[in-house]
Design a protein around this ligand. Structure first.
Ligand code: NIG
Ligand code: FE
Length: 410
C-alpha cells in the first residue's frame, strides 16, 4: 500500500543524511522543500521531492492543497496514566502556595497516588486512551509515559501494565519509564531509605523481569530524592538494562544534572536551575537536556536558561510533561509557543527541539523525528498556514488538519 501526498506548500524538517540531534548553532538549521510531494510505502517514508520533478504515482493520493507537512511531534516526557484531576490544588496555587507546600500537605503527587491506587486497570486505560487521542489530534506521534503514581510494587506494576497495553493498542510510538522514585509514599513516611531499598531490591527486578519498562527515572530534587539515593537506584536500573532519564534541577541546584550525566542518562529533564557547572557536565555527555516549559509556566517557576545553553553549544529538547499537577496539557503546539516566548528560541529551534531532539531523548531518533527516507511515516498535514513560523506564533487553536501514523490516515 502506497500513499502520495502532493501539492505540499512546504515539507518541513527534511533530512537526506539522518542526524542524531541538533545542538548549538545547528538548532537554527531547518531544511524544508517548497512545493513538495511525499511518498509513503507501508509504514515508512519512501521518497520526497519537488512537485516539478514528480514522476511517481501511488495507490492513494492526498492533495495537500497548499498546506504544510511536518514530522509528528515526539513528546519525550509525560505522566498521562493518572486518575482524577487536581483543580482544587490549582486554586491553592493561585492563592500563593508553593509546589513543595502543597506536597507537604498531602496534596500534589500523593493525591494522585491515592486516586490511582483506587482505580482499576480498565479505568486507567480508558482515561489515558482519551488523552492519547487528544494529543494525536494535536500532532504528537510518539510519547514517553512514566509510572510513578503507584509507589508500591503492586501499583507501579499496574501502571506499567496499562502503559504496555497502550503500546500494543495505540498507533502512537510509546516508550515506558519506571518512576517508582517519584515521591515517598505515605506508608514509608520517615523511612525514605527503606523505600529506596524496596525500589532497588523488589520493584526494579520485577519491572525488568516482566519487561515493563524501557527507562528508569528518579525525581532527584530538593525534598524528594538525593543525588546519593538517585545514584543507588540508577545503578540498580542500569544492571537490569534500564537507561536513566531523570527529573533534575527543577526546584534547586540539586546535583541531579551531574548524577544524570555521570550515569549516561538519555535525558535530564526540567532544568530550571542550570548554571555553569551543570552546563559543563552536559557538554561532556551524551545526555539530552530536556525543558518542560508547560510545567514552569503552570507553576510560575523561573524558566530554564535555554538561550544560554544553546549559546554554549548544547542541544535542547522540549516536551510537555503532561500530568495532573504541574502541566494538565499535552498540546505540543503550545510548547512551541512557550519555547519562543519564554525561552526566546526561534521557530526553527523550537521545531528541532520538539521533533528530532525529543526523538533522541526517547531513543527513537533512528525511526522518527524528521522526514527522512526509511523512517516511520508519522507526519501531519496542517490547516492552511502562511509560513512554518506561524506554527509557534498562532496559539490556542489546533493547526493540524490530518494525522498520518505508520503510513495510515487516522
Ligand atoms: O514532572 N516533578 C515531578 N513530577 C511531575 C509532577 C507530577 C505531579 O505533580 O503530579 C513533573 O512536574
Ligand atoms: Fe515530569
Amino acid at each position: 500500500m502506497s500513499l502520495l501526498i502532493k501539492n505540499i506548500k512546504e515539507l518541513i524538517q527534511v533530512e537526506t543524511t539522518p542526524t542524531a540531534y541538533k545542538a548549538g548553532a545547528q538548532m537554527r538549521d531547518l531544511s524544508t522543500i517548497k512545493n513538495a510531494w511525499l511518498l509513503i510505502e507501508g509504514n515508512k517514508i519512501k521518497d520526497f521531492g519537488e512537485m516539478k520533478n514528480l514522476q511517481t504515482s501511488a495507490d492513494e493520493i492526498i492533495d495537500a492543497e497548499e498546506c504544510m507537512v511536518f514530522p509528528s511531534f515526539c513528546d519525550s516526557h509525560t505522566h498521562i496514566v493518572y486518575y482524577g484531576s487536581r483543580e482544587i490544588e490549582y486554586i491553592d496555587k493561585i492563592q500563593g502556595l508553593s509546589y513543595e507546600e502543597i506536597a507537604k500537605r498531602g496534596g500534589g503527587i500523593l493525591f494522585t497516588v491515592q486516586h490511582l491506587r483506587d482505580a482499576s486497570e480498565e479505568e486507567l486505560f480508558n482515561d489515558a486512551w482519551q488523552r492519547l487521542e487528544t494529543i494525536k489530534q494535536y500532532g504528537t506521534g510518539a510519547v514517553e509515559i512514566k509510572s510513578g503514581y503507584g509507589l508500591s510494587t503492586k501499583d507501579e506494576l499496574k501502571m506499567l501494565k496499562v502503559i504496555k497495553l497502550l503500546k500494543e493498542k495505540s498507533p502512537l510510538t510509546i516508550k515506558a519509564t519506571f518512576l517508582g522514585a517519584h515521591a515517598v509514599p505515605p506508608e514509608y513516611k520517615g523511612r525514605q531509605t527503606e523505600y529506596v531499598n524496596l525500589i532497588v531490591n523488589e520493584m526494579i527486578p520485577q519491572v525488568a523481569e516482566e519487561k515493563l519498562a524501557d527507562f528508569i527515572d528518579v525525581f532527584c530534587d530538593r525534598g524528594f530524592f538525593t543525588p546519593e539515593e538517585t545514584a543507588c537506584m540508577l545503578e540498580a536500573g542500569i544492571r537490569y538494562g534500564l537507561r536513566p532519564k531523570i527529573h533534575a534541577n527543577e526546584l534547586d541546584f540539586s546535583g541531579g544534572i551531574q548524577i544524570g550525566t555521570k550515569y549516561n542518562a538519555l535525558s535530564v529533564d526540567h532544568l530550571e536551575c542550570t548554571g555553569d557547572e551543570e552546563i559543563a557536565a552536559l557538554l561532556s555527555s551524551h545526555t539530552m537536556p530536556t525543558l518542560l516549559p508547560g510545567a514552569a509556566f503552570f507553576l510560575e517557576m523561573p524558566f530554564a536558561p535555554a538561550r544560554k545553553m544553546i549559546e554554549k553549544g548544547l542541544p535542547i529538547a522540549m516536551a510537555s510533561d503532561f500530568n495532573p499537577g504541574s502541566c494538565p496539557s499535552g498540546n505540543m503546539q503550545l510548547v512551541l509557543t512557550m519555547g519562543c516566548v519564554k525561552y526566546k528560541l526561534l521557530p526553527e529551534e523550537v521545531i528541532n527541539a520538539t521533533t528530532i531532539n525529543t526523538a533522541y531523548a526517547m531513543d527513537v531518533n533512528k525511526e522518527l523525528g524528521s522526514i527522512c527516507k526509511g523512517k516511520i511515516a508519522n507526519v501531519f498535514i496542517t490547516k492552511p498556514i502562511p509560513t512554518y513560523q506561524y506554527m509557534p506564533y498562532s496559539f490556542g487553536d489546533n493547526k493540524v488538519k490530518t494525522v498520518i501514523l505508520n503510513g495510515k490516515v487516522q
